[in-house]
Design a binder for this molecule. Structure first.
Ligand code: HEM
Length: 919
């Protein structure tokens, strides 16, 4: 017996020696760190994702770094990432370790939402309840809403449109105009701005600025003409044109001044750049990021161009990133409430009563919590004016809601239960009725004739002027070309020749043409945040934008997320801020409380509607039906409010910044923009030079735009908004690639590194939408530079516009090089899923079909009406790249200032160019 026992012990020990986990953490490669601090200082940069990418390139697809005593294993090897995010062996539950800071943005008490909880039952219940809200049918229902808001955004950018008090985005623009008008004029009439000087600084130049004619001209508002499709190669230079878009003419005719800065950046924004535009016949079809802005030591180079926070501060301050959270645009907006905000944007008073979040929300999903709201029956609004099904005011807000209702016919202002609405009147879609321009059907039939003048305007510029243009073309092609209004026949498909994307002549346009109309300089990021927020609350919660304090919510969300992001890097930051910067700390707290109040009011609205009708699958209905998984009782306020906050956070920040990045890319690489516009034009989705609007896109159109979708994919690859999502924490010994990792280690599948690592992609630093088109395809849709015309992509990646993307595999246009590239320490090839902007596995994005639809709709509407250029004050592509910040999503610090020039003005500019000396 005793020998048997000894034998058992022996074999037991042997087994434990064999099977005991052997941790491989020491073997995992990674950057050296300093004692105690590890690599904390290296990740203090606001763009720490760039640092992580550099390490990925250097150390491979699985590497480690340390945040003091916390080890982090970063994964950018596709095979390993899929494993970690998936369900099978090697998957790691999404624990809330890194996420808990984002609870700051979803409720005031730090309670976990399903997005951040490690309670799988909570996650499963909410995900299931919400999932139906994102069905194809609901995406279809949301489309007209997205379209209406896209049109509102578009009309808000039109300098010739009269201010529309019902357009929330016009209000956004006008607010800033008031502030900047005077400066604008002063500055505009100055001779040379520092932008020109800035443009001479090679470290700040955009790629296209190497050709002076490609410099945006915010002062004269002469953008590149829309896509040339007739193969002009020389471009119309010239300094002619009488500057129809100039401020004096604008003010003379009572129009909005063009080029008016948004966001208090005027001093940097309104210079005139000299030089007319010859076309850039040699523009590279492949746009390339300049070599890394980071030195070999991992330090950003040339960062002086960007306001650097912390460099001159002490070490501790820098470590804790004690720059005020109010330094960012978000905070600027937050700390200076908009005086002319529409009533809908009334900031939520902290003490306005009603709707206050429950304070006992440390663990909101604890079963057995009393559901106080379930006991309070909703009372109908007494205004007698609603007439809208299911809208009822809460008891405490009936009077206010009634007032509101009388004024606006929408009873419950979400942002304020004080009822301080000043009456916005009925909502209009701002777009006005209009007939769909059937421009595409009346295309001129002479477009196959090349325009020898080189400065031909594209079809997109003049398509809607079909009749006139056709008559002109039919009469005299040559003279039309000289006048800059020659048009092509049929957009993409019939142009002859090879696939140059950069229509040579289209960058021309040296001067503004009479009547050009000019453009508007806008912080487009701000417009997009607000519009996506509106789409979100209207489509998913049936809450009208005028009842919702969108601007305040967007500003508060930005502020809080930025702070959350800093605390994620340094958990001690809250303490440090309280000591060093109590006011900043107070601002964050105030923003949190305001957000909590808004979410609380949304909850009240949902509850006040009573039980949702059978068969209703809207998101709000799903949430209203939600029951606690164990008790089966309806969720209490404190349980549901954080879930609403989490959905809000996930739903608008991502899609708005995805659009912003695409517009940034298109402004940075104009030849790509032209080609997109050519594709749109072929479907009749581009405005005419006479200002006639394009037809509205249908949902089906969205999936029939292969080049635009390739551009979106390429942007999401290069600038994935959820750059650092999907952090996990290992709770048991887990194999990650070739290594067994001990519990307590954070495993971080880093989407930004996955999408940009040299181990995964062929020349990842190049912005190359063609990589998403099937091999052999990718002919220029809009341009005909040099080689002539183009053909449509041979294999359009048409996608169901209501379905989530399925193409998370390697794109077809990628070469085999990337697939065979070494993947570094993680082992395994780099094939498989190298593209997952919506993450992967069971916790991947729930709203991706909705998000993509919103992104595409906004882009189609905007690009069909405007040419976008990067404002020189942005400092060019490289400066923007350095100015990327991670604050849950990847965004541009300080906003994205773009010059939006209506296509009619762009066409006019081309005509002016032709009439000028260089034409
Ligand atoms: C283009 C826009 C979007 C992108 C790039 C995007 C990306 C992502 C990513 C990467 C994740 C995973 C996050 C993680 O694991 O930490 C995620 C999760 C999520 N997204 Fe999106 N998203 C977008 C739009 C939306 C929209 C419009 C909604 C609507 C509410 C939404 C709702 C969600 C939700 C609810 C989750 C959490 C899913 C879960 O935990 O089960 N997203 N998104």
């Amino acid at each position: 017996m005793s020998s048997t026992w000894e034998e058992l012990c022996f074999y037991g020990q042997l087994a434990s020696m064999i099977f005991a986990p052997k941790y491989d953490l020491p073997r995992v490669p990674g950057p050296p760190g300093s004692f105690a601090l590890g690599n904390i200082t290296a990740v203090m940069r606001p763009d720490y994702h760039v640092q992580m990418l550099e390490w990925a390139n250097q150390y491979g697809g699985v590497y480690k770094f340390s945040l003091g005593f916390q080890w982090v294993v970063v994964v950018s090897d596709p095979r390993v990432a899929v494993q970690v995010l998936g369900r099978g062996p090697g998957s790691i539950p999404r624990k809330c370790v890194g996420y808990k800071f984002f609870d700051l943005a979803t409720n005031a008490e730090g309670a976990h939402s399903f997005f951040t909880t490690s309670d799988e039952a909570q996650w499963a219940a909410v995900r299931k309840a919400a999932a139906a809200g994102f069905s194809s049918a609901n995406v279809r229902k949301a489309f007209p809403i997205a379209l209406r808001h896209a049109r509102l955004v578009a009309s808000s950018l039109d300098p010739s449109a009269p201010p529309d008090p019902n357009n929330p985005y016009t209000a956004l623009l006008h607010h800033h105009n008031h502030h900047n008008h005077f400066n604008h004029h002063n500055h505009h009439h100055g001779s040379q701005s520092h932008h020109n000087q800035q443009g001479n600084n090679p470290t700040l130049q955009q790629p296209q600025s190497q050709s002076p004619q490609l410099q945006p001209r915010s002062g004269t508002a002469s953008p590149p003409a829309p896509a040339s499709t007739t193969g002009g190669s020389s471009g119309g230079g010239g300094s002619g044109g009488s500057g129809g878009g100039g401020p004096s003419s604008a003010s003379a005719d009572g129009r909005l001044p063009p080029n008016v800065a948004i966001g208090g950046v005027f001093e940097n924004s309104s210079s005139s750049s000299s030089g007319g535009g010859g076309g850039d016949a040699t523009a590279k079809p492949v746009a390339q990021l300049p070599p890394s802005a980071v030195t070999a030591e991992g330090r950003p180079s040339g960062r002086s161009a960007v306001p650097e926070r912390g460099l001159r501060r002490g070490f501790l301050s820098r470590l804790l990133y004690l720059g005020s959270p109010a330094t960012g645009r978000a905070a600027a907006r937050n700390s200076s409430p908009q005086p002319d905000s529409a009533a809908a944007d009334t900031p939520v008073g902290l003490d306005s009563g009603g709707g206050a979040p429950s304070a006992s929300a440390a663990e909101p999903w604890a079963p057995g919590e009393e559901d106080e709201e379930a006991a309070a029956p909703p009372r109908p609004c007494t205004c007698g004016n609603c007439g809208r099904d299911g809208l009822r005011a809460q008891p405490g807000a009936v009077a206010a809601a009634t007032d509101m209702c009388r004024a606006t016919s929408h009873p419950i202002p979400i942002g304020s239960d004080s009822g301080s609405d000043d009456g916005g009147g009925d909502r209009t879609d701002g777009g006005g009725d209009r007939t769909d321009g059937d421009a595409g059907s009346s295309d001129c039939d002479v477009g196959s004739v090349s325009c020898v003048g080189g400065a031909s305007a594209s079809g997109s510029a003049v398509t809607a002027a079909a009749t006139a243009a056709a008559a002109t073309c039919n009469g005299s092609v040559a003279s039309d070309c000289a006048a800059g209004v020659a048009r092509r026949a049929d957009g993409i498909s019939t142009s002859a020749g090879g696939g140059g994307a950069d229509g040579g002549g289209t960058e021309g346009g040296g001067g503004s043409a009479d009547g050009g109309g000019g453009g508007v300089l806008a912080d487009i990021q701000e417009h997009l945040e607000l519009s996506m927020l509106h789409v979100f609350v209207e489509a998913l919660f049936d809450i009208q934008p005028e009842d919702f304090p969108g601007r305040q919510v967007a500003a508060d969300m930005n502020l809080v997320l930025e702070e959350a992001n800093e605390r994620l890097k340094v958990p001690l930051r809250k303490v440090a801020m309280a000591l060093r910067q109590p006011m900043a700390q107070a601002r964050v707290r105030a923003a949190q409380l305001r957000l909590a109040k808004v979410y609380g009011n949304m909850y009240d609205t949902i509850r006040s509607r009573g039980p949702p009708a059978d068969g209703l699958t809207d998101l709000w209905a799903g949430l209203a039906r939600l029951r606690h998984p164990s008790s089966g009782s309806p969720l209490s306020r404190s349980q549901l409010v954080p879930e609403i906050g989490a959905l809000m956070m996930a739903g608008f920040d991502t899609s708005s910044h995805s659009v912003a990045w695409v517009l940034f890319a298109l402004a940075s690489w104009p030849e790509v923009q032209q080609r997109v516009r050519g594709e749109l034009e072929a479907r009749g989705l581009v405005a005419g030079a006479d200002g006639s609007p394009p037809r509205d896109p249908s949902l089906d159109d969205l999936s029939q735009l292969p080049y635009l979708n390739a551009v979106i994919d390429e942007t999401m690859r290069m600038f994935p908004v959820a750059a650092t999502a999907s952090v996990r924490e290992v709770t048991q010994p887990t194999r990650v690639g070739d290594y067994v990792i001990p519990p307590g280690v954070i495993v971080w599948p880093m989407l930004y590194a996955l999408h940009n690592s040299v181990h995964n992609w062929d020349r990842p630093e190049e912005f190359r939408p063609e990589r998403w088109l099937a091999a052999g395809g990718g002919g220029g849709a809009g341009g005909a530079g040099g080689g002539g015309g183009s053909s449509p992509p041979s294999t359009p990646r048409s996608r169901d516009a209501t379905a989530a993307v399925s193409e998370t595999e390697a794109p077809p246009g990628e070469t085999a090089a990337a697939a065979t590239a070494a993947s570094g320490g993680g082992g395994g090839g780099a094939g498989g899923k190298r593209f997952m902007p919506f993450s992967d596995g069971m916790k991947s994005c729930l709203g991706q079909a909705l998000g993509l639809m919103e992104v595409r709709t906004m882009l189609v509407v905007l690009l069909g009406r405007y040419v976008f250029q990067l404002d020189p004050s942005m400092g060019g592509l490289e400066a923007v790249r350095r100015n990327m910040i991670m604050s849950l999503t990847l965004k541009i610090k300080g906003g994205l200032r773009l010059l939006a020039t209506p296509l009619r003005a762009a066409a006019g500019a081309t005509a002016g160019a032709d009439g000028g000396i260089g034409g």
